[in-house]
Design a binder for this molecule. Structure first.
Ligand SMILES: NC(=O)c1ccc[n+]([C@@H]2O[C@H](COP(=O)([O-])OP(=O)(O)OC[C@H]3O[C@@H](n4cnc5c(N)ncnc54)[C@H](OP(=O)(O)O)[C@@H]3O)[C@@H](O)[C@H]2O)c1
Length: 351
């Protein structure tokens, strides 16, 4: 096992091509994993379209969410052993990205996968859980990456702490939205009001949403639907979509003194008189100042998965392993994926 198949993005705006690549060796703190499933993220098609800041060198290997089996353990790793089923957040560097058959994982940014969750389902979890978890629970930090500053449900006093307080989640059916709903439920928020296509209502209610509002409603209709769900002020909004129109709607619906968590950089003009805090979530374990928080998060996530408190997204497996990724990314780009995570199985790549 010295060579493997990987999916290479040839360059910005370039095509994806399957090729050969050496299997890397784990350094200190690393795991080498056989990638049983790699999930697709919007960032991958954005990078292919020329979005900069994540990938500098081409050809590049993409893919931020991996699930697989530990085949080798690096020095200093004590929590994992050969044969463990794990999930991890990959990085956009050649040996740590998902679209290949073997990848390195930072042990501290990995969690054991319980037997009731398949590899395909497991791959849907890391980035969505981290972004939702960081958005809600990282400390407030006005000068760097931070969050809404809530007490996490895995810490003393955290479970159910926000009972009786409403939360609005825009894009409840997105991968991040589904995780945000589940964290909001663990934190006790009530009601949990989400926007989505009506076809996703039963899925989102099964995760903890109490009210599902049709995502096609414009701001004033949305305001009426919100008022029907709660008379309490909306102090926290998680915008999992964060297109300029959802950002503006969220900002307008937020109560003075409230917090708006965005998953994309802000495009709205923040009125300093309005006393509304707006921040952009950085759900990336590999950012140096977030590494310790990420390690704590993955340790907590392992427990939440084992006890069934956090569930994966519904998944759809793409055909032809790595060769199916490009078509899957096109579906994501064109908004043709609803309530599901697309997953590739690198070892099913035809030779
Ligand atoms: N900041 C970070 O750390 C971070 C991390 C990961 C991802 N992101 C970003 O976060 C965004 C979401 O990522 P994701 O992976 O969760 O996306 P996703 O799962 O691909 O999102 C697809 C879903 O978005 C929903 N949607 C689209 N437009 C909507 C609208 N106007 N209102 C309500 N729902 C809408 C659709 O819901 P229906 O099917 O119900 O119509 C669809 O199910 C992306 O822009 C991504 O790049 C940021």
């Amino acid at each position: 096992m010295s060579s493997q198949k990987a999916l290479f993005l040839q360059g910005p705006q370039g095509s994806f091509v399957v090729g050969d690549k050496p299997v890397p060796s784990p350094g200190e703190g690393d795991l080498l994993i056989k990638v049983d499933a790699a999930a697709l993220n919007p960032l991958d098609w954005k990078i292919q379209k020329g979005f900069t800041g994540f990938v500098d060198d081409f050809p590049a290997v993409l893919g931020a969410d991996l699930a697989g089996t530990v085949v080798e353990v690096g020095e200093g790793v004590t929590h994992f052993a050969k044969g463990d089923r794990v999930i991890t957040q990959g990085a956009y560097t050649p040996d740590r990205a998902g679209y290949q058959q073997y990848a390195l994982a930072v042990g501290e940014f990995s969690a054991k996968l319980p037997p009731q969750i398949s590899f395909d389902e497991g791959a849907s979890i890391p980035s969505a859980a981290l972004a939702a978890g960081f958005g809600l629970y990282l400390d407030v930090n006005e000068s760097g990456p931070g969050g809404a500053g809530l007490t996490p449900p895995w810490e003393a006093g955290g479970p159910g702490k926000y009972s009786g307080k409403p939360i609005l989640i825009l894009g409840g059916a997105s991968s991040l939205g589904q995780l945000a709903i589940q964290f909001a439920k663990l934190s006790g928020f009530s009601p949990i009001i989400v926007t989505a296509s009506p076809r996703n209502e039963s899925l989102l209610k099964s995760l903890g949403a109490t009210h599902v509002i049709d995502r096609s409603l414009q701001t004033e209709a949305l305001r009426s639907a919100l008022s029907a769900a709660t008379t309490a002020p909306i102090d926290l909004i998680f915008d999992a979509v964060s297109l300029s129109e959802t950002q503006q709607a969220a900002y307008d619906l937020l109560s003075p003194g409230g917090t708006l968590a965005l998953t994309l950089p802000p495009t709205i003009n923040v009125d300093s008189q309005a006393r509304k805090r707006v921040f952009f979530i950085r759900g990336i374990a590999h950012i140096p100042e977030l590494r310790k928080d990420a390690a704590n998060f993955f340790a907590a996530l392992e427990g939440l998965l084992a006890n069934g408190h956090i569930k994966p997204n519904p998944v759809r497996v793409l055909p032809d392993g790595l060769k199916g990724v490009a078509a899957g990314l096109k579906e994501l780009e064109e908004g043709r994926v609803s309530g599901q995570k697309l997953v590739a199985r690198p070892h099913e790549t035809p030779v």
